[in-house]
Write a protein of this length. Sequence first.
Length: 350
Amino acid sequence: MEKHAVTGFGTTKDGKEAHLYTLENKNGMKAYVSDFGAVLVRLLVPDQEGKAVDVVLGYDDAAGYEQGDAAVGAVVGRNANRIGGAGFELNGVSYELDKNDNGKNNLHSGLNYYHKRLWEVKDYEADHVSLMLHSLDGDQGYPGALDMHVTYTLDDDNTLTIHYEAVPDQDTVINMTNHSYFNLNGHDSGTVLNHKVTLNADFFTPADEESIPTGEIRSVEGTPMDFRAGRVLGDDIDADYEPLRFGSGYDHNWVLKNEGRFDKVAEAVSDKSGIVMEVYTDLPGVQIYTANFLDDEPGKDGASYIRRSAVCFETQYYPDSIHHDNFPQPVCRKGEKYETRTAYRFLTRK
């Protein structure tokens, strides 16, 4: 396939040039990915009338992503989500991490984020872009060096697939995710409280007031966390239910039933555009986050992103799983390959 032109995406604080790479399929769907942070900047999807709608929140340039603190569009690593106490033990050795969450815990691997670094583009065609980040031994406090490879692929089935690969040279923790904020009515269209979400999960992992899982795996039966038959996000988001009070809305991990298989795990349906998004992954969990802490965030194209103006589907190992033996473990052994895929497929319904 022909390569598209690479466009400038501004410069970083230290004067490095960032770029934007465009993927396009035969249906007119387009994805824009930057080498700054390997972030997903724009995702143009045809609505029920064939009009292109940008369904992800974002910023106009690399400077916006440097300044933003909500991980918008980010590839998050080496470990996404939270680690309680900002430390862990592996093979009898203790490792300390940044306490960047409540001054006690580690969130998205601390202050030297993967998504605020310039990645190297290894391969680029009209349907895919592959990026690589070299992460040294001790990077962010984690043991082992590795090259993290992330490939975005856009196919003619209107599916955007994100493929992660790495081989560490020591035993380490790896738990990558994509933190795109989706609004299927358009990135600048207000709240997602009328989006309907379906989730193939019988259980979720309750957390304490600091969003650290307690270790319990709780049934969704009879709770506002039950999305098995489909639920409009706004219907129960402010219910008097302790997990929702603690999270200021939905900001929780659900236990998926895919058993390691790459499978459909979730679906979101817009209330205006007719766009439907299906979520596929081989990972054991997904964090549903309804942007409860966005507060007039200045976004691309002059947008201002308000509270609950998007929903994230962060496929992952469960938060703080390194401290809970009953959770699937995010440890990747020396010389073994960490490899996982997550995909977002788009269609329309009248």
